[in-house]
Design a protein around this ligand. Sequence first.
Ligand SMILES: [Zn+2]
Length: 360
Amino acid sequence: MNEQALDFLSTLLDTPSPTGMEMDAQRLWAEYIKPFTDEQQCDAYGSTWAVLKSKNPNAPTLMLDAHADEIGFSIRYITDSGFAHVERLGGSDVAIARGRKLRFFGTDGEVIGVIGNTAIHIRDDGDKAPKVWDLYVDFGCDSREEVEALGLRVGDRGVYCDGPLMLNDGKRLVCRALDDRLCGFILAETARKLKEEGTEPEWNIVFANTVQEEVGCIGAAMLTYRLRPDAAICLDVTHATDTPGLNAARYGDVRLGKGACLCFGPACHPNINARLELVAGENNIPMQRETSGRTTGTNTDQIFRSRSGVPATNLSLPLRYMHSPVETADMTDVQSTIDLLAAFIRSLKVTDNFYHKLGL
Ligand SMILES: [Zn+2]
């Protein structure tokens, strides 16, 4: 991976994108992907997409989706003595919140606060996880007026301060919100790879960075309705189960460094999965499998049932410690996922159609 790409990844990860406030990160992403694509747009709520156009006017459209938003906290109530109680924005893990630093975004810009942690010596509940309403953010103020003077009000949102960190000489990447910013990066790098290889895809390729996944896969639903793709691959993260205390019998066997993980289940179209497995095999690209007995818990669930149904699947990057400030991914998985998507796109013929057929 080149230095320019790694710089972009680092800047993207350092740019907060709490659900519903994704535009700063979206503008950055659109600017990066612009030279590799023909068209860039965003919709009313900020889902942003870039199109690589086929020369064929009758070409079908493949949508590649990742989500642009990240979990966080939102101010619910500011006490007279200047502490802010918070609401979870998406699936934030309350059990690990105390003692952490947060960046909040108020009317006058960024304000740093810390989530108070009553000392273990004088805490009644010992090691028990708090309720979300037990958490409070300390902005260094002594009154509500002082907090408001910093530009903070009920509804203002924040994310953890934790930025990107490489472990073991660049082998593993640690950051908050690798879910799913890392997949947005993969989309942009796939576009760059295609451009640099001079690939002229037979299908139109839409690179979609959708908003509000963490609160119900909402941006992907809006955008799939608008763009009417003929097939889609949803990129998200999945739980790596290769750390102590996880049971493969219960959660499956997914490892860092073994490639993207393809989901098999009712929402994931067998014809797209078959093509992805074929392409991975032909190009010696590692890939893992996982299963989901119902829907997938990702944007795939909104994409595949849009309008009259879109052949879609869910391809995931293995991730340790999901929804924590130390989400951890393997950089070889990032590269092999880019390679897989580029190979899949090169395999598409204008006559391809992933629908089931009766064959009568
Ligand atoms: Zn996600």
